[in-house]
Design a protein around this ligand. Structure first.
Ligand code: 5AD
Ligand code: SF4
Length: 479
């Protein structure tokens, strides 16, 4: 008889942070010969929502499915297994997933044997899993962010029985090493340096969905990067919810700047890292970015708000003034740095004055670009209990004003690059057609480039000929 898994997420458990040591699991991924054949002749489709952490997880999920002999398809109607890797950060990400489940339901009516899975951050939410149990019982597997390694067993159980299988752990999580990966890009790659987050900003669901902060060992990170170098990769992005806190949970005295220096001494052309929290961004990090040619002059430094009152309510632990000082320091040391940020408008209790402080901060920082969002209430976070009496239309108008200002500086900064020569890693054909190729500058700006097929996968010098708000145009120059 098949033993069904039925482990549901719990809000109470997800909040807890114990002193219990994090385990590093090196042999948690088990796949036997029988499981290896399960997907023979079947096709899979993975749909990914949300951030780079999810994209990286989907690369592992795809590799596991291929280990099980499934082959990839991009065609929704052709898939025998559809897996949604979901994001919980805002309501709209959540709604998109439920919309997609409606579509999948129709497909399942025509193709009852199709295997349907949901994982990622939404799977870690108690209310989402309850809703799936009530309204989407026809689904096959729901699993969480901490147990991707169990996918072969879960799918095998799903094939053998019709019951909905739920296996979501809320308890903190371990570090699971040695999972396979199928990279979606041949030249640049994401490398997790840590999982989870302990910052608990009051609006944010991530500390609950991704668990406690767990840093990977420096040797394991370097080993993954070495493999990428051996495979010809040109660029790595070190990933963490809060990279500057790297190592704080490890016994050895290891900090992010030590890791960054070690990686910079490896033979890789480009290193980026996201996301930095302004709170523990050190002078040493600024110096390393400046000193090492392969650490890119690009800093993503989410500010969230320019009002000290709102920053305090958000639990951000810095002030507008201290943030501005940090930005000044970064800009003074790294001359060609590009600076981007995340901003939330319409947080509970945000007044017109508070919002004007945010606009003032944007005027002062002159960001190269910014991701801007209307605050979205997330169940069980501290901010969800705060009174929010700003009408939605006002929040929308604030967002529009903010975007206009952000776009103004994005264009001004891009225009400064016209007629300069910048390095671009060419990734492939441009969406603009006309035999153009596309890639990113060291400062993370998208460029549509006139160059040749042979330049794909290379870092070439490009003369910028035209600036737009979101991208640049340019042509290859020799030398
Ligand atoms: N509402 C709106 N935006 C949010 N973010 C995180 N949580 C929320 C929320 N509840 C934004 C922050 C963060 C980015 C990844 O998403 O700006 O930096
Ligand atoms: Fe990524 Fe956060 Fe969305 Fe999870 S909730 S996918 S960690 S952005």
């Amino acid at each position: 008889m098949i033993k069904h898994t039925h482990i549901k997420p719990s809000y109470i458990q997800a909040k807890k942070r114990s002193k219990e040591e994090v385990k590093i699991l090196t042999d948690a991924y088990i796949i036997n010969n029988e499981l290896k054949k399960i997907g023979m002749g079947k096709k899979y489709l993975v749909i990914t929502y949300g951030c780079q952490a999810n994209e990286r997880d989907s690369e592992t999920i795809s590799a596991i499915l291929e280990d099980m002999s499934f082959t990839k398809t991009d065609d929704f109607n052709d898939a025998d297994l559809i897996l949604l890797n979901t994001c919980a950060i805002r309501e709209n990400a959540h709604n998109k997933v439920f919309g997609m489940l409606g579509r999948i339901k129709h497909l399942k009516e025509i193709k009852p044997n199709i295997i349907t899975c949901l994982c990622g951050c939404m799977a870690q939410e108690e209310s989402v899993v309850n809703e799936i149990e009530e309204k989407f019982k026809w689904m096959d597997v729901v699993f969480g962010t901490h147990n991707i390694q169990n996918l072969p067993r879960l799918i095998s159980d799903a094939i053998n029985d019709n019951e909905l299988i739920i296996e979501v752990y809320s308890k903190e999580g371990d570090v699971v090493e040695n999972l396979p990966v199928k990279r979606s890009n041949k030249y640049k790659a994401y490398v997790n340096i840590m999982y989870g987050c302990d910052k608990f900003c009051t609006y944010c669901i991530v500390p609950y969905t991704r668990g406690k902060q767990r840093s990977r060992k420096i040797e394991d990170i370097k080993c993954e990067i070495q493999k990428l170098i051996d495979d010809g990769y040109k660029e790595v992005t070190l990933l963490g919810q809060n990279v500057n806190a790297y190592g704080k949970d490890l016994d050895e005295k290891i900090t992010f700047d030590m890791l960054l220096k070690e990686v910079a001494n490896m033979n890789i052309d480009r290193i980026r890292f996201v996301t930095s929290h302004p709170w523990d961004f050190t002078d040493e990090m600024i110096n390393i970015i400046n000193d090492y040619d392969n650490v890119m002059p690009y800093v993503h430094l989410p500010v969230q708000s320019g009002s000290d009152k709102i920053l305090k309510l958000m639990g951000r632990r810095y002030t507008k003034e201290s943030y501005l000082k940090l930005v000044e320091k970064i800009k003074n040391v790294i001359k060609n740095v590009s600076l981007t940020t995340d901003i939330i408008v319409g947080f509970p209790n945000e007044t017109e004055e508070d919002f004007n402080e945010t606009l003032d901060l944007v005027e002062k920082c002159k960001y190269d670009s910014a991701f801007t969002f209307i605050y979205s209430k997330r169940e069980n976070t501290p901010a969800a209990k705060m009174e929010d009496n700003t009408p939605f239309e006002i929040k929308q108008k604030r967002l529009q004003r903010l975007n206009d200002l952000v776009n103004k500086y994005a264009l001004i900064n891009n225009e400064k690059l016209v007629n300069t020569i910048v390095p671009v890693l060419i990734e492939g054909k441009s969406q603009k057609g006309n035999n153009l190729y596309a890639g990113y500058t060291d400062t993370m700006k998208l460029v549509n480039v006139k160059c040749n097929k042979e330049d794909v996968g290379k870092i070439i010098n490009v003369k910028i000929t035209e600036a737009k708000t979101w991208s640049l145009n340019g042509e290859k120059v020799n030398g």
